[in-house]
Design a protein around this ligand. Sequence first.
Ligand code: NCD
Length: 291
Amino acid sequence: MKHIIKSDQFTKDNIESLFDLANKFKSSPIQENLKNKLIGTLFYEPSTRTRWSFETAILKLGGQIVSMEMANNSSSSKKGESLKDTLKVCSQYVDALIVRHPENGVIEQAAEYADCPVINAGSGSQEHPTQALIDLYTISNEIGITSDLKIMFTGDLNNSRTIKSLLKLIKNYNFKILANPSSGLACNFHYPGSVSYYYDKEIYHQLPDIDILYMTRHQSERDNAKGNFTFKINYELAETMKKYAIIMHPLPRNEEIDPSTDANPRAVYFKQVKNGLWIRMALLYQILNNN
Ligand code: NCD
């Protein structure tokens, strides 16, 4: 059985074959590889893209879904059942479980109890492996992966699980890492290379020099996410970046990206959304296809 729990379980070779498969689904999106498979989604936190893209991916592969959203209110966790027990129970019915949870580490532990593969759809502030794969796939498709790429992370660095998971993937490729935390939301990244921090207005001098601007919202639903935006992007500021630089965001966005930015060709966040479908089809195929 193969769980998807942490992004560092993926080697460079795994990533390459996953991206090849995602490209195949992109060019031929309707398949029957999950015919007769039933997949459960258990979400203990709100979600739009992650749940819909997984569910769309399952349906496009010919599989079926049983879905529980707001599981914190509607599942037996309301009656005190542990996630371990819930996963043990739900895994008796389905071929795989896709789980999102607000606490760090619990999906990782609970997966051991499940009698089917478990896919981490975002846990706490630390892990979101499938989003990290989508982000790297987007970088690969838009500008190509090379070791000298400069990526700048901005916003709520402390709580962003997508950034932490992406860092674990890009350490394989020696990107140069720059960080512009919102005030009060800094975080020491666990990254083998050096990370250069830029505060307040210092970021504007860096914009013309970076290849990827990766922005995040303030995660106001988490206790320690009180901070002020030091940096927001708009169309004109995006124009100061390299012609082929890209602006990414896992979404949902708040005030950090002005809607005027959407018309700038560097904005690729809606392409990330679409890429989510191909990557999640490829992951489900790898775990569940037995043809
Ligand atoms: C992110 C998440 O849930 O971690 N969104 C996503 O899955 N695409 C980012 C966020 O909530 O800010």
